[in-house]
Design a protein around this ligand. Structure first.
Ligand SMILES: Nc1ncnc2c1ncn2[C@@H]1O[C@H](COP(=O)(O)OP(=O)(O)OP(=O)(O)O)[C@@H](O)[C@H]1O
Ligand SMILES: [Mg+2]
Length: 289
């Protein structure tokens, strides 16, 4: 009797462990691919801008902007001068806070996040401001290494190496000791770009990266933007007046007009659009070049 019970318990526990084994193997089969998955299409969109509105005094600049930028892609924003492109970029890193609407970065709502937490989010971003915005009192080396010195615990030797590497990347090796006042407009722009690349950001916002550069240098900067996006999977938003840049670097284009996104599509769709406003904008921009 006792032996029969023991046998019964033994067979039940055997079945239990067999089932458990089966469940664990199913769990592992289903979970492990998610842990190691590299297909970025399963990730949430990187930046979601939902209905943001912004006024300065009486002037309504953004009137409900909706935009989604997917991880790893390059979005180019175009639109007439003064339509709010720079204002929009500044919202993405919360240098400005919208009056209405939300900004979601990698699933996190940053619209009203505290400055302390925003600071952490900003660490993932490189921002190339319109106008070079270098600190005149610092030399090139100090300007490019600024974020590295302030936010990371690196030795000065490590910082020197990173600064040299980034200056090389923008085609300006060995100018570490020069002052911004000794640089041409184009050089300032490239030093500023080196500075925004110094921390190897996941996302880069470029505000007019090629303005003031000659065509050869503009092409080089476009190549660099493309390289960063393709090789390092950096997610980029580029505001530009340079229509060649649109066709060179964009996965998607958004055209702003009247405080909203008027057009969103591929460069090809933009080029073939019959819409009068778009045609006029492209023709005017073409003529300027
Ligand atoms: N901090 C601010 N305070 C008041 N008005 C502002 C502020 N920032 C921007 N504006 C106004 O918002 C409008 C849009 O400016 P923004 O710089 O975004 O234009 P833009 O599309 O980037 O133009 P551009 O192509 O010339 O760079 C402008 O009329 C500008 O004067
Ligand atoms: Mg601007």
């Amino acid at each position: 009797m006792f032996e029969a019970n023991l046998k019964h318990i033994h067979s039940i526990s055997k079945a239990f462990f067999k089932n458990l084994q089966f469940l664990i193997s199913k769990f592992v089969q289903k979970t492990i691919p998610f842990l190691f998955i590299t297909d970025r299409s399963n990730l949430p969109p990187m930046i979601e801008i939902n209905g943001i509105k912004k006024s300065f005094g009486e002037k309504e600049i953004l009137r409900g902007v909706n935009l989604t930028i997917e991880t790893g892609s390059t979005l180019v924003i175009i639109g007439r001068s003064g339509c709010g492109k720079s204002v929009l970029l500044k919202h993405i890193i919360r240098l400005l806070t919208p009056d209405e609407g939300t900004i979601i970065i990698d699933g996190q709502d940053i619209t009203h996040m505290r400055e302390k937490d925003i600071f952490k989010i900003r660490k993932d971003f490189g921002f190339l401001f319109q106008g070079a915005a270098l600190f005149d009192s610092m030399n090139v080396e100090q300007n490019v290494g600024l974020a590295l010195r302030e936010n990371y615990s690196l030795t000065s030797g490590e910082i020197d190496m990173i600064v040299a590497e980034k200056l090389e990347l923008v085609g300006l090796p060995n100018i570490q000791k020069m002052k911004p006042s000794d640089l041409s407009g184009g050089m300032k722009k490239r030093v500023s770009l080196a500075r925004s690349l110094a921390t190897n950001p996941k996302y880069i916002l470029y505000d007019e990266p090629t303005t003031g550069l000659d065509p050869v240098m503009s092409d080089q900067i476009d190549e660099l933007i493309k390289d960063l996006s393709e090789k390092l999977k950096v997610t980029s938003i580029v505001v530009t007046h340079d229509i060649f840049s649109v066709y060179d670097v964009a996965d998607y284009v958004a055209m702003m007009h009247d405080g909203k996104i008027y057009f969103e599509g591929t460069p090809n769709e933009l080029q073939n659009s019959p819409d009068k406003l778009i045609r006029d904008f492209l023709n005017r921009t073409d003529k300027k070049i």
